[in-house]
Design a protein around this ligand. Structure first.
Ligand code: DAH
Length: 339
């Protein structure tokens, strides 16, 4: 029986050495030390022994039980330690690996140029104000001297929300809102989104941006209008820029004009960029119509005003030689990262 115990010891220890995970160790614990385990099986035969042998074998069996138990504990510790080492190794951070580049954002070209334009006008003493994009017919048309049946309405394909609420087609309504609120002297620009029901192509979009300008004071003159706009263009496009004013018609100004800039590419000769014209139209402007001043409770006998409105997209496209407006809205990184 002593021999059996020795054999069992050898068997148990080699099995424990081979066990490669905690589950296997647990199974071995049951196999050797459980109620129906192999050590118990030997102890069950104790009845056959003599009274002298019994305590000796009993002591040996208990010793074996304790030894197996201790060895299991040891192996559990060992396996846990190995698992820890393995996971530490697997999770090592290699600080010499190259990092993932973090892309740095920057302003959209429309924002960049708008900031420049705003800077120039702030430098000339203008404030920058904003107005609502969902606007009343009154502010977008009526108060600007464009009554219901006026043909100018046809040129601005309007998104109507109700009979008298619409998406503004121009930033000019901010002129009215400003003059209703503040007394002259007034000197503001108002950049923002405007909407027209146009199909998308290289030069049209149902959503685009305008910058409105308005000056109202005593003795504001056409000369000041021309001087201000010429100075603005020289700051924006360079001192050697050449501009000209052409008579035009807007219902809210009298007289009205359009300002052209001489084509940078051909210096007025006529080329593909300017479609053979030599000049490129850049904005509309004029002296605020007396009726418009009156509509806002400003006495046209006492005050005069100048106003202008320019398309931001057009200026950005000229600035960077972009030939298709759609690039500005498609958020293509290959395009945007060039600015
Ligand atoms: N609102 C005009 C448009 O959308 C642009 C414009 C022209 C604005 C002349 C003005 C102005 O303030 O005086 O076509």
């Amino acid at each position: 029986m002593k021999e059996q115990l020795e054999q069992l010891r050898a068997k148990a220890f080699s099995a424990l050495e081979e066990a490669s995970d905690l589950k296997a160790l647990d199974e071995l614990r049951v196999q050797f030390l459980g109620k129906k385990g192999e050590v118990s099986a030997i102890l069950k035969q104790m009845g056959k022994l003599s009274a002298e042998e019994r305590p000796v074998i009993g002591a040996l069996a208990n010793e074996l039980r304790t030894d197996i138990e201790n060895h299991i504990k040891q192996r559990v510790e060992q396996l846990k330690e190995e698992a820890l080492q393995a996971s530490l190794e697997a999770e090592t951070i290699d600080v010499t690996m190259p990092g993932k580049p973090v892309m740095r954002g920057h302003s959209h070209p429309l924002t960049k140029v708008l900031n420049e334009v705003t800077e120039i006008f702030l430098g000339l003493g203008f404030d920058s104000v904003s107005g609502p994009e969902v606007e009343y017919d009154y502010y977008n048309f009526e108060a600007l001297n464009i009554p219901k049946d006026h043909p100018a309405r046809d040129t601005q394909d309007t998104f109507y929300i109700t009979d008298n609420v619409l998406l503004r087609t121009q930033t000019s309504p901010v002129q009215i809102r400003t003059m209703e609120k503040v007394k002259p002297p007034i000197r503001i620009i108002s950049p923002g989104r405007v909407y027209r029901s146009d199909a998308v192509d290289a030069t049209h979009s149902p959503l685009f941006h305008q910058i409105e300008g308005l000056v109202v004071d005593k003795d504001v003159s056409m000369a000041e209008l021309k001087g201000t706009l010429e100075l603005f263009i020289k700051r924006l496009y360079g001192e050697d820029s050449v501009v000209r004013f052409r008579p035009h018609h807007f219902p809210f100004t009298e007289p009205s004009a359009e300002m052209d800039i001489q084509c940078f590419a051909c210096k007025g000769e006529g080329c593909r960029l300017c479609k053979g014209e030599g000049w490129i139209e850049i904005l509309g402007c004029g002296m605020v119509h007396p009726k418009v001043l009156e509509n806002c409770g400003i006495d046209p006998e006492e005050y005069t005003g100048l106003a202008f409105g320019l398309g931001l997209e057009r200026i950005v496209m000229r600035r960077y030689n972009i030939d298709d407006m759609r690039h500005l809205y498609e958020n293509d990184q290959r395009f945007l990262s060039q600015f």
